[in-house]
Design a protein around this ligand. Sequence first.
Ligand code: G3H
Ligand code: 13P
Ligand code: NA
Ligand code: ZN
Length: 308
Amino acid sequence: ALVTSKEMFAKALKSDHAVGAFNVNNMEIIQGIVDAAKIENAPLILQVSAGARKYAKPTYLVKLVEAAIEDSGLDIVLHLDHGEDFEICKKCVDDGFTSVMIDGSKHSFEDNIALTKQVVEYAHAKGVVVEAELGKLAGIEDNIKVDARSATFTDPDEAAEFVERTGVDSLAISIGTSHGAYKFKGDPYLDFERLQKISSLIPNTPLVLHGASTVLPEFVALCNQYGGNIPGAQGVPEDMIRTAAKYGVCKVNIDTDLRLAMTAEIRRIFMENPAEFDPRKYLGPARDAIQKMVQHKIKNVLGASNQR
Ligand code: G3H
Ligand code: 13P
Ligand code: NA
Ligand code: ZN
């Protein structure tokens, strides 16, 4: 059934695993992820960005997720990723999403609280849960110096006040991750001390890690080997995700790793079979590559196998 993340997060809070939240844009991506979650018997969040809604047209992704639930028999959360205003959150609640993110991280603390409260009030009245964000993720080109961290990373005391005043269900935090395939220029660094401080102050609030792709080297290598050009791509090391899952992170957001798995496989097929032009012959293997990657992620990185 289509469910909220309440039970999944309650379970994840008490154990060392985290729930994977995967961004979806089309049928093959959804199928690859859902088949993996079914085989691994894992909890699952499928998330849709504003860009994904625009690309697929809003109704398609909702219907595809409904089809995935019917086909798999799994409980799945349908979540809005990075809702930027009240309107898109309201639209998704009305469209049947069971979870929405209001991303007010670019606003002032007080404005973020006011906006988040407005979404929480609307969503909770309809049984929908809300994720908010406090602190700013680094941009791809930002090289955050140590003394600038406190300006962008989530302040633990503010996080506690924010959760208390908004009644939000989960909180995305900034501890050093960033979106995309270029997360670190030098050695990877996450502020685990800060994470532990946050989870000690709000131990009952599930924390969310955005920008949590590991940027699997095998896919980067395949892309580059088969005509791509993505040099120096680097993600969050797998063991850092495992550590975060132990310290209160209950939801781990993954989009880039799906994009890389899909692209690597399609590039390989195009280069090795130039005469092939049946889309099923490359989208099918791309779907299989996603499934394999997501199984690995669930099992070895999120520790979420058999945690349904
Ligand atoms: O946080 C960003 C996600 O990777 C979604 O990306 O807005 O291009 O769909 P998108
Ligand atoms: P990645 O770019 O690391 O996959 O992060 C995705 C994300 O945070 C979606 O909200
Ligand atoms: Na956990
Ligand atoms: Zn994100």
